[in-house]
Design a protein around this ligand. Structure first.
Ligand SMILES: N[C@@H](CCC(=O)N[C@@H](CS)C(=O)NCC(=O)O)C(=O)O
Length: 202
C-alpha cells in the first residue's frame, strides 16, 4: 500500500539531503515550499506539523515527522529495502547503518556546530575553532579507515547511508573541515556527490 508523502522544504537548507533521498529512492511525493526567509515556518498551520518551525518536515498520510536524520532513515526503511538501498532491519548491516548515520548527524555534527559558530563569528582560527577542527580531523580519520577497507559505507554497494553521511561531510568541507586531508574520504565524497540524485536544485 502506498503512502501519501508531503515534503515541506526550502532550497539549500537542512531539507536538501531529504530531497536527495527522495530522488535516490524515487519516492512519489508532493512538495510544499516553506519560505523560511519570509517567515512562513512560523505560520500556525506549519507549527502544527513541526512545533520547531523548521524544514525539513514530512507528512505520511497526514501524520507529521521532523529532523532530517529521522526522515532520511525512515525513508530508507520504508522505500529502500527492496532495492538494496537500505539494509533489512535486524541484520548486522542495519546496525551499522543506524550507527553511522547517527554518528554523522550527532557526533560529527556536534563538532560541525562548533566550527560553524566559529566560522559565523569570523574566528575559525581561534581556540574554539581550532579545537573543533582537530576533533573533526580525528573523526574523519575513523571514516577514512572504514572507507579504506571497503568502497562504500556498508561494503561493496552504494546505499542511502552513503548519501546521509556524505551530506554532513560535504557541508562540513564547505565550511572548512579538514576533509581534503583524508584522501579516501574525499574520493568517496566526490563519487557520492556525482550521483544524479545529488544534482537536484533543492
Ligand atoms: N536539526 C534539524 C535542523 C533543521 C533546521 O535548522 N532547519 C532550518 C533550515 S537549514 C530552518 O528551517 N530554519 C528556520 C528557522 O529556524 O526559523 C534537522 O536536521 O532537521
Amino acid at each position: 500500500m502506498s503512502n501519501k508523502i508531503v515534503f515541506y522544504w526550502h532550497p539549500m537548507s537542512s531539507a536538501t539531503p531529504v530531497a536527495c533521498a527522495l530522488a535516490e529512492l524515487d519516492v512519489p511525493h508532493e512538495r510544499v515550499k516553506v519560505d523560511i526567509k519570509a517567515g512562513e515556518q512560523h505560520r500556525p498551520d506549519f507549527l502544527a506539523l513541526n512545533p520547531n518551525g523548521k524544514v525539513p518536515t514530512l507528512t505520511v498520510d497526514g501524520a507529521p515527522m521532523f529532523e532530517a536524520l529521522a526522515i532520511a532513515m525512515w525513508l530508507g526503511e520504508r522505500y529502500g529495502v527492496s532495492s538494496g538501498l537500505w539494509p533489512t532491519a535486524g541484520t548486522p548491516a542495519h546496525l551499522q547503518a543506524v550507527s553511522w548515520c547517527t554518528w554523522a548527524y550527532v557526533s560529527y555534527g556536534a563538532q560541525l556546530t562548533r566550527l560553524q559558530a566559529a566560522h559565523d563569528m569570523g574566528t575559525p582560527q581561534d581556540a574554539h575553532g581550532a579545537s573543533a577542527h582537530k576533533a573533526m580531523d580525528q573523526l574523519l580519520a575513523l571514516l577514512d579507515a572504514r572507507l579504506a577497507r571497503q568502497p562504500w559505507m556498508l561494503g561493496e554497494a552504494y546505499t542511502l547511508v552513503d548519501l546521509i553521511v556524505a551530506s554532513v561531510i560535504g557541508y562540513s568541507a564547505y565550511i572548512g573541515a579538514p576533509v581534503a586531508s583524508h584522501p579516501t574520504t574525499l574520493a568517496w565524497l566526490q563519487k557520492v556527490q556525482a550521483r544524479p540524485s545529488m544534482q537536484i536544485d533543492a
